[in-house]
Ligand binder design. Structure first.
Ligand SMILES: Nc1ncnc2c1ncn2[C@@H]1O[C@H](COP(=O)(O)OP(=O)(O)O)[C@@H](O)[C@H]1O
Ligand SMILES: [Mg+2]
Length: 334
């Protein structure tokens, strides 16, 4: 896995004054599943659009299989496949026809078309719908068809822009397994996602992107390990005062404030440290609302660098207020 298939140096992209991609550099190794993890608006789709030659390079340099993205566009295009974030299906065709048509464009043999289309329609659970017109499918079904189409050919490098957005967990897991299968057959995968579980499960290599900049990179393990051992989430009525008290404790590696309260990373095991922390909270008269222990996740990595969570804030607020209700903590959340 040492050969580089995609190389990006100093890539930038502006829409007017908005810097959507701000000087990013990275290499994707042949054979890996590479993920771009970041919230909405981070610059993921813009990056994919540049790397698939849909947007011109404004500044920086990129090569795919050693072909230059500005000078050798058609060679680049022959090496790649793409599943877009937005719908690009032809609504006038049936499910089966749209795959058949795509297979022909890419000169797949009749036998390959037949076996792969059957196989893929079963994976994305559209086999029963194969004679249905695309325009009659639900949103989730269209998404699944789009994924099937992207996986039909076996490009050297396949770009997947938020492949499982909005799908239920069973379908997502099936698609993850299929992505892994395609990857084992030799297709390098470049995936963007704002789901940390997706990046966590699939990726050999993760780059976390926020506001056009890469803020961290590594394997899922190395990123999580970089935060230390267990984490403690502590919600208080006075984060500032609490932070300065906690930062003096020798067991504590770091304290960050986030939308979910204080995130405390530790040098020691959380279960051993908890009694001491509770003692401290009592002695210093800290007004604690909620306290939780958990293993670091990629979301914690994101919070560590940005002070914000990766997931949709609204959704999180709802979850939080229903949790508070369940715990009899009122809050009258709306
Ligand atoms: N066509 C466009 N015109 C102007 N601004 C855009 C356009 N596309 C994206 N942007 C802006 O660029 C930033 C990055 O967007 P995008 O690449 O779509 O992020 P992501 O895919 O990570 O959600 C955002 O601030 C977005 O509003
Ligand atoms: Mg996007």
């Amino acid at each position: 896995m040492n050969e580089t298939i995609l190389s990006v140096q100093g890539l930038q992209h502006k829409y007017g004054e908005v810097k959507a991609v701000d000087n990013i550099s990275f290499d994707v190794k042949k054979g890996e599943i590479f993920s771009f993890l970041g919230p909405n608006g981070a610059g993921k789709t813009t990056t994919i659009n540049i790397l698939t030659t849909l947007l011109p390079i404004q500044s920086g340099k990129a090569t795919i299989s050693n072909f230059d993205l500005t000078k050798q566009k058609s060679d680049v295009r022959k090496s790649i496949g793409i599943v877009f974030q937005n719908e690009t299906l032809d609504f006038g065709l049936t499910v089966w026809e749209s795959l058949e048509f795509h297979g022909r464009i890419y000169s797949l043999s009749k036998e390959k078309r037949r076996s792969r289309i059957d196989e893929l329609l079963k994976v994305v659970e559209l086999y029963e719908k194969r004679k249905e017109l695309v325009k009659n499918l639900s949103g989730g079904m269209k998404r699944r068809l789009e994924i099937a189409r992207g996986l039909l050919t076996r490009p050297k490098l396949l770009f997947l822009d938020e492949p499982t957005i909005g799908l239920d967990i069973q379908t997502r897991m099936k698609i993850w397994n299929y992505i892994k299968k395609v990857n084992r057959e030799g297709v390098t995968i470049f995936l963007t996602t704002h789901y940390m579980d997706e990046a966590d499960r699939l990726s050999d290599s993760i780059y976390i992107i926020d506001k056009g900049k890469i803020i961290a990179n590594g394997t899922s393990e190395s990123l999580k390990n970089s935060l230390g051992k267990d984490m403690i989430y502590l919600e208080t009525k006075n984060d500032k005062k609490t932070t300065s008290i906690l930062k003096k404790m020798k067991e504590i590696k770091d304290v960050k404030s986030s939308s979910k309260g204080l995130v405390i990373s530790l040098k020691t095991e959380a279960t051993q440290f908890m009694p001491k922390l509770i003692e401290k909270i009592k002695n210093e008269e800290i007004e604690a609302i909620n306290i939780n222990i958990k293993k670091p996740t990629l979301d914690d990595v994101f919070i560590h660098y940005t002070g914000r969570g990766l997931r949709d804030e609204n959704k999180e607020q709802n979850q939080m207020s229903s949790m508070m209700k369940m715990m009899g903590m009122g809050g009258g959340g709306h």
